[in-house]
Write a protein that binds this ligand. Structure first.
Ligand SMILES: N[C@@H](CCC(=O)N[C@@H](CS)C(=O)NCC(=O)O)C(=O)O
Length: 209
């Protein structure tokens, strides 16, 4: 299997964490952002969105980070990341879907404006987008905060795909000035994730800018 990744991408990091966690044999290939490589016909035949991550397993091409995580975890028998029980799987999928639909876009607005734009000299942060992201963040973060009040990890006391999906978004929370000060359970949970070897090893090298 081959995984195409973009250095520094949270969506790639969560897949790499799963590969590390399960000890899977997957070749990693970095693609250059905003490049002919990512927007060229060869890569678009793998992922027509021109985004990373993307997985190739023989004839099977798969994009969308959370689908890739579920596929990879399904290839490793009997693991806690994505247990066989239908309700456990639905619960994990619920949080992964919520990540892409709600929590992720709110975080992305804030982190893009406060961190990515200045880092890559992409222009001034737009206060309207930061305000939109902040409003959405405070709408959705209390739901995760409440969920983590009585659990060590998102769906229980065992780490699952849901933790890697939601946690990887927080890798730029500090430089991105994400307002986590009112969310102690989220902060404590992220510290637990940061102490997890598979997550630590998934950290990308620092940006060369
Ligand atoms: N929903 C997609 C999002 C993928 C995505 O946004 N990837 C970013 C990196 S985090 C990317 O490839 N950006 C390059 C671009 O938009 O051209 C997933 O979860 O895989």
């Amino acid at each position: 299997m081959k995984l195409y990744i973009l250095n520094g991408s949270p969506n790639c990091r969560k897949v790499v964490a799963v590969i590390n966690h399960l000890g899977l044999d997957v070749d990693m290939q970095s693609v250059a952002p905003f490049s002919d490589e990512m927007e060229g016909p060869e890569y678009l035949a793998i992922n027509p969105n021109g985004m990373a991550p993307a997985l190739v397993d023989g004839d099977f091409k798969l994009w969308e980070s959370n689908a890739i995580m579920q596929y990879l975890a399904s290839t490793a028998p009997d693991n806690d990341l994505f247990p066989n029980d239908p309700k456990a799987r639905a619960d994990i999928t619920r949080w992964q879907t919520w990540e892409q639909a709600h929590f992720g876009p709110a975080m992305a607005d804030i982190v893009w404006e406060n961190f990515v734009k200045p880092t890559f000299k992409l222009g001034e942060p737009d206060p309207t987008i930061i305000e939109r992201g902040t409003e959405n963040f405070h709408r959705f973060a209390p739901i995760l905060e409440q969920q983590l009040a009585s659990r060590s990890f998102v769906t229980g006391d065992t780490l699952t795909l849901a933790d890697y999906s939601l946690g990887a978004l927080l890798m730029y929370a500090e430089p991105g000035k994400v307002p986590l000060e009112h969310y102690p359970n989220i902060r404590a949970w992220y510290q637990r994730l940061e102490a997890t070897p598979a997550y630590v090893q998934s950290a990308p090298p620092p940006f060369a800018v």
